[in-house]
Design a protein. Structure first.
Length: 159
């Protein structure tokens, strides 16, 4: 790491000057606030994630990537037979739904995900990926909107 501020050598030479007391207090308050609602937020995200998984898996040719139970509380990752993940993301975006077909570190790559191929997906299956990520602010209304739009978008891409 490079120093942010040069001078007296405080903070192991990375940030000279008086300690950032407001920043330290603010970080403590933010951590307290996050911790106070973390259990409730995780439970709500798991419930919404599970309803999204249920709904998406009811679409013909849809499959879940990864374990159904052992996964992050805010993530669901799917594949769809006969559909390009990148095309799916564009169509969903046109409908006001944000999703991703790839990780941020591989954005723009034309290669299939090495992670998906490592778990046994074919290159074609890996290219049909769709990642849905939710947050503590995602509502049931949001998940219902996704599940109302997704089947039609997939059907149109397959035709």
């Amino acid at each position: 790491m490079s120093p942010q501020i040069f001078g007296g050598g405080q903070e192991a030479g990375l940030r000279s000057s008086t300690e950032n007391v407001p920043g330290i207090v603010g970080m403590g308050a933010a951590a307290e606030l996050a911790a106070s609602s973390m259990v409730k937020d995780v439970a709500a995200m798991e419930r919404i994630r599970d309803s999204i998984i249920e709904g998406v898996l009811s679409i013909e040719g849809a499959y879940l990537n990864g374990s159904r139970d052992r996964r992050l509380c805010n993530n669901a990752h799917f594949g769809f037979e006969g559909v390009s993940g990148k095309d799916l993301v564009l169509r969903l975006s046109d409908k006001g739904i944000a999703a991703s077909a790839e990780s941020a570190c591989s954005a723009g790559s034309s290669e299939p995900s090495h992670v998906l191929t490592a778990i046994g997906r074919t290159p074609q299956e890996a290219m049909s990926a769709l990642r849905i990520t939710i947050s503590r602010y995602t509502t049931d209304k949001d998940s219902k909107a996704l599940l109302e739009v997704l089947p039609g978008v997939i059907a149109s891409l397959r035709s």
